[in-house]
Design a protein around this ligand. Sequence first.
Ligand code: HEM
Ligand SMILES: [Cu+2]
Length: 557
Amino acid sequence: MENPNMFRIEDRVAKVALVFSYVLLLLGGLFGFLQVLSRAPGMPRLETPQLYYDGLTLHGVALAILWTAFFIVALAVFVITRELKINMNAPLLRGGCILAVGGSLAGAVAILTGQATVLYTFYPPLQASPLFFIALAVILIGTWLISAAVIEAIWRWKKLNPGKEVPLATYGVFTTIAIWLLATPPLAYAVIARSLPMSLFNAPVDVLEWRLWFWYFGHPLVYFWLVPAVTIWYTILPKVLGTEVYSKTAAKAAFVLYLIASVPVGLHHQFVDPGVHPVYKYLHTVLTYLVAVPSFITAFNVIATLEKAGRMRGGKGLFGWITALPWGKDPVFTGITFAIILFGIAGFSGVVNASFNVNYNVHNTAWIVGHFHLTVGGGVTLTFIATSFLLVPLLFGRDYVGKKFLIAVPTLWFVGQLIFGISYHIVGLLHAPRRTYIAEAGYLNDPNLLNSLHLVGQWIPWLQLGAIGGVIFALGGALFLLLTFATIFRGPRIGLSGGELQISPTPGPATIFDKLGLLALIAIVIIVIAYSLPAVEIYSRGLSPAPPYWPSGAPAG
Ligand code: HEM
Ligand SMILES: [Cu+2]
């Protein structure tokens, strides 16, 4: 029998990361709730303008960057230990976790004390206190240590198991961590070599150079969230339905495409930036459409898997398999499939965003907010929430409390997201801006403008509907956190599974997909091609650094 304590240290790190991820979800979600009300005329405005922008900064950092990353750490450690049944390098894992948690706390302090009103993109020349940038650097170093522990464990397993195929869930974890390692060095350069000197010595920063390296990171960041969600769709979703993914080969092919095409596309966030040649922007547009291909493959594969499971349950005819699935009965199944549907809807607006010319119509509008709530807030976050229903009992050895309420979590999240997402897409098409405390804005309080034919008057009902949707899914989040914290601290004890957990299809012999080093090398070559062009353009023209600027006046002291 397995020694149940074999993964004591790994499990402790996974538990700390998981609990911390839920704390971040709570903190970030709280400001989401306040924000969506602040943006809707006629709704309670519970924030001062300063708190609105500080809260929005925290919302972005805590949710988009940290909640996802900490959940992914817990998931990665759990998958590696349970699936490969090997220990991980404890000092790397523990050290990385301490740095990442410590850095996150320091960053939260900097934001909440008004020392970093710079939003989660901290574009220069917006100035912030050194604490904020040091915190970011420490978090990055922490994530690298954890990533090293993951990669080292997979490498060791491969050496011990020559000729064996990497199991699918581990393959997804490898892809996730490889994307993170490819994506973060230029971000570290922007933070440590540019933003930190700016905050310490008021050193001027070249805005375009900085944005190039920030968005080099910013796009693969979304695949760093998505790939683990897709890994869950390929492994845990079939598992709860008692089957296997329809095509393991197509699943691995999708991971490979995510790996090689998710980085060299960052210029699609800079379509409106002057100083980058349109041909390079066009190249990144084409590569962006390439990285949509694995998502289409995933859609086919997941739907085929659902059909297989539905027919196994006796579903007949063209659509009978859909109704045969356990909708509304199994919260894990329901949560994950709702997440997939939300992600699918967001795919449509994603294609609009990615289009070089159509993008101009939606850039920096509420449309973008609608888009990424359906993707990272819907597809990814709801997948992670539903997976928690399995992961928390397995890691903490406690049964979920309030089981009959669990189904309400994905339901509220799904309905709220749909209402919020659709309203924000529409109000974005009417050119309502994002990142603006618009309920306080002059133009929304000007009767002449509101009564004219100007679009502004048409925003109001959509902003209000968006607020209703936002409050509904915030309620789903609150219920989730309440039940989950109650489970972690008070849930009835059950035995720990300890040993093996078969979540991937039975692995066969190694294939071309298992040449992980080669795949990473191909990814690097494409990145170098796609980024050397704009980099040469920017550096050969010469930098023109701009002096820093405090967004709301330098903090006292
Ligand atoms: C709990 C319910 C949530 C509500 C009510 C909510 C609401 C909002 C609203 C209204 C904005 C736009 C603010 C503006 O542009 O002025 C926003 C921004 C944002 N939200 Fe959420 N949100 C929620 C959850 C989430 C989740 C779960 C994630 C990601 C995992 C997320 C990620 C973001 C990001 C990245 C931004 C952009 C921040 C920026 O522009 O700097 N939100 N949210
Ligand atoms: Cu992108």
